[in-house]
Design a protein around this ligand. Structure first.
Ligand code: AMP
Ligand code: MG
Length: 343
């Protein structure tokens, strides 16, 4: 299959019309959102949704997020709308927040990965919202990478993974945020964070009170443990290189890596200390780290890195999202120089 690319910068109307037509015909189209690029299809058409799983190579039990452009599209997709969801929607939608509720019968099982719940988000990206609105559809749209690879934050990386697999990529330039949405479940009494993102735990708790944080956010699931969010159990965000996170000061990190013939993933401004370095944002600006992380992981592959040692991000605020992605890309390998010092 030939994969066409249309840029919204030069051909906005054509991008809307062509994508809308293909989506209504049951095809898959890659689209920009403010988080990462999404692989979109009509969420209510099981045959169209199946094509997303095939294009990504995504396991069938890993559910998709359904994207809406207007609050009126929410009610038909769910059994009921919890009060806290209304409060959250008012503050954070449109934006990088996904909320999970009991699904209604119109949501096909293939979209929800066989679960009786559905994840819903209203993106802020103007093109994504226009497309949902003008196509008259709600769109299932997981990240537009091959399953297991880092999520794509620009159209080139989508093309690298999806060329020949889908008919159309809409190029909307680089994504504003660079990591996927915050995912929070409202299917139990206490809301539960399943995936951290730009909307932080602190912001959510200020608005609706205490939430719980799923174990899988920071820890590796044990073999027999059931994932609240199926996506958490799969290998994720992994470049070809073998990554380890190194906890400790910059000086400890320099000492530890100095005799190793490897790459480092460090913060901006630190790169002159190393022979082969790729940077991922500033040490004291977690938003800039979120913005750079997936690009940095792909750059490491482009440079042919085999072994990579990564600086450890702070886990406060948006840093929790950065750490959550990096630790998965490192297969949970952490070298703790701090605890060696303390012991
Ligand atoms: P992606 O589409 O790549 O951004 O991934 C979506 C994430 O949301 C995955 O980690 C899914 O497992 C999770 N997710 C989607 N729907 C549900 C659901 N109904 N229950 C729990 N997790 C979900
Ligand atoms: Mg993904």
């Amino acid at each position: 299959m030939e994969t066409k690319v249309i840029s919204i910068k030069t051909e906005y109307e054509n991008a809307l019309k062509t994508a809308g037509r293909l989506l209504n015909e049951g095809c898959v189209v890659a689209i920009p959102t403010e988080t990462v690029y999404g692989l979109a299809a009509n969420a209510l058409n099981p045959d169209a949704v199946k094509k997303i799983f095939i294009a990504k190579g995504r396991p069938g039990d890993n559910p998709l997020i359904v994207h809406i452009s207007d609050l009126s599209q929410l009610q038909p997709l769910v059994k009921s709308i919890p009060g806290k969801v209304k409060i959250m929607a008012e503050k954070f939608w449109p934006g990088p927040l996904t909320m999970i509720m009991e699904k209604s019968d119109i949501v096909p099982d293939v979209t929800s990965g066989g679960l009786d719940t559905v994840a819903i988000r209203m993106p802020e990206n103007a093109y994504a919202r226009d497309l949902i609105h003008t196509s008259g559809l709600v769109l299932a749209a997981p990240s537009a990478n091959l399953s297991g690879s880092p999520s794509p934050t620009n159209a080139k990386y989508v093309f690298d993974d999806m060329n020949g697999r889908i008919p159309l990529i809409i190029d909307g330039g680089p994504c504003d945020i660079g990591v996927e949405s915050t995912v929070i479940s409202f299917t139990n009494d206490k809301p539960r964070l399943l995936r951290p993102g730009k909307v932080t735990v602190e912001e959510i708790e200020d608005l609706i009170g205490e939430i719980s944080i799923d174990d899988a956010v920071l820890n590796q699931l044990k073999d027999n443990e059931k994932a609240s969010s199926p996506g958490m159990k799969y290998k994720h965000y992994a470049p070809k290189a073998d990554i380890s996170i190194v906890k400790g000061s910059l000086q400890d990190f320099i000492d530890y890596t100095s005799d190793k013939d490897s790459f480092v993933l460090c913060f901006e401004g630190e790169e002159d200390n190393f022979k082969n370095a790729v940077t991922f944002g500033l040490a004291d600006d977690t938003l800039s780290e979120a913005n750079r992380l997936f690009d940095a992981l792909r750059e490491l592959d482009e440079k042919g890195a085999k072994t990579v040692y990564a600086r450890c991000p702070d886990t406060k605020g948006v840093g929790l999202a950065v750490y959550n992605r990096l630790i998965r890309s490192a297969g949970f390998k952490i070298i703790d120089l701090q605890s060696k010092e303390n012991s």
